[in-house]
Design a protein around this ligand. Structure first.
Ligand code: NAD
Ligand code: DAU
Length: 382
């Protein structure tokens, strides 16, 4: 201990020189460390990568929180190019060991607490996973250099729009919920680690994803599940909030393009450019379900409930994607009608998947958010 009683300060770390930056042309990933790969978008991305790049391997690093589910990847678990590691991105030792053993060229950081409503109930897990976890990963990338660190962020970092306007990548970050604040903080750390240490960071900010394997707490799968169970459809407030919906496969292609062609230190908006208010989304689900199950099927109605998000409920998001279209040669392919039909059909055909993941934790959460609920199991037939 120094005489003045101050705690001794660790020796300054060795100054690290910037590595030469690999250009998009010579970036040749062989191994990707994908965090949060057992969640909704991460599992879709892993499947997409293994299908599209026969010479790439994937290490899926996931804590398996309530939202992480290895069932999402059952079809690839025996692929010799796929490895699963259970771990927390906020655990320095485990993250360091994973990088040291697998030596990935790229890190794609999906791992996060992702549900706005849960962040309003308790912000702490969001700070720990989304901010501290990202910082631990960035530090690990200093000690075990990588060619790319792709941070998966969200349009929610921009805050909310009124009835008009659009967010560009230059819009200020004005998050309104603990979730979006934690994602904005993670982005700012990425930017700082790029500027300070030359960590080769690229950021994607995507709009609302939907598709197979989404945890049923989110709007679209929650409404499909309730409708199939014949339970009322809980719309917050008057259901007028607007989201810009993107089919998850289109986002996965955008993430791949950002990984291969994104400029270091840059952020890219990725969106379906399909804006809809929540009530219209719910009505579209009911219409598609009626078409798939027959006009005589009895489906439940909407129940307008008091808005649990209050002032943190962002009214509207809208993104311009011209930067991703021009610089990444990316565009979305899936229309909302097609994507939603595929999604509803998937959930109808995967009732056992839903039944297996709606744990006691989720049932308790649902009851707290929405009041009385049934068992949350999907009926075998509608
Ligand atoms: P999700 O909740 O379905 O999955 C999150 C995954 O991260 C789970 O597998 C979970 O186990 C894992 N995880 C959580 N904390 C972890 C930790 N500390 N260490 C390791 N793993 C951990 O989320 P999602 O909807 O697939 O979102 C993935 C990412 O995309 C998130 O970063 C989210 O902020 C971002 N995003 C989501 C959307 C969307 O519409 N779903 C839109 C834009 C951005
Ligand atoms: O915009 C990107 C974000 O999209 C991601 O960063 C988040 O991780 C992801 O969860 C999603 O956030 P949202 O809050 O927009 O999605 P969610 O599905 O929770 O809600 C969509 C809208 O539907 C929102 O206005 C709230 C409303 N809603 C949601 C639920 C769960 C309801 O009206 N009823 C509900 O039961």
């Amino acid at each position: 201990m120094p005489k003045n009683g101050a705690r001794s300060v660790a020796k300054n770390p060795e100054p690290r020189t910037r590595r030469p930056e690999p250009s998009a042309q010579n970036l040749a990933p062989r191994t990707l460390l994908i965090t949060g790969g057992a969640g909704f978008i991460g599992s879709n991305f892993i499947r997409y990568v293994l299908d599209s790049h026969k010479d790439w391997s994937v290490v899926n690093f996931d804590k398996l929180t309530y939202a992480g589910n290895l069932e999402n990847l059952r079809d690839v678990e025996n692929d010799s190019r796929y490895t699963f590691l259970k771990g927390d991105i906020a655990d320095r030792a485990v993250v360091g060991a994973a990088l040291s053993e697998h030596k990935p060229q790229c890190i794609v950081n999906f791992a996060a607490e992702s549900h706005v409503d849960r962040s309003i109930l308790d912000a702490s897990p969001f700070i720990e996973a989304n901010i501290r976890g990202t910082q631990v990963l960035l530090e690990a990338a200093r000690a075990h250099p990588v060619d790319r660190f792709l941070q998966i962020s969200t349009d929610e970092v921009y805050g909310a729009l009124g009835a008009t306007g659009v967010f560009t990548e230059e819009s200020p970050l004005l998050p309104n919920s603990p979730y979006s604040a934690s994602k904005a903080a993670a982005e700012l750390l990425c930017r700082a680690y790029w500027k300070t240490y030359g960590i080769p960071v690229v950021i994607t900010r995507s709009s609302n994803n939907y598709g197979p394997y989404q945890f049923p707490e989110k709007l679209i799968p929650l409404m499909i599940g309730n409708a199939l169970r014949g339970e009322e459809l809980p719309v917050y407030g008057a259901g007028k909030q607007v989201r810009d919906w993107i089919f998850v496969e289109d986002n996965c292609r955008g993430i791949e393009r950002a990984l291969l062609a994104g400029q270091l230190g840059e952020a890219y908006n990725i969106a379906g450019s399909h804006e809809m208010c929540n009530l219209d989304v719910v009505e579209a689900i009911l219409r598609i379900l009626r078409g798939l199950t027959g006009p005589t099927t009895k489906l439940p109605g909407v129940k307008f409930i008091s808005d649990p998000r209050g002032a943190a409920h962002d009214f509207r998001y809208s993104l311009t994607t011209s930067k991703a279209r021009a610089d990444l040669a990316w565009e979305p392919f899936t229309s909302f009608e097609e994507g939603l039909t595929r999604t509803v059909t998937w959930y109808m055909g995967h009732r056992e998947w839903v039944n297996a993941i709606v744990s006691g934790e989720y049932r308790a959460y649902y009851k707290m958010m929405y009041g009385e609920s049934d068992t949350h199991s999907m009926p075998e037939k509608t």
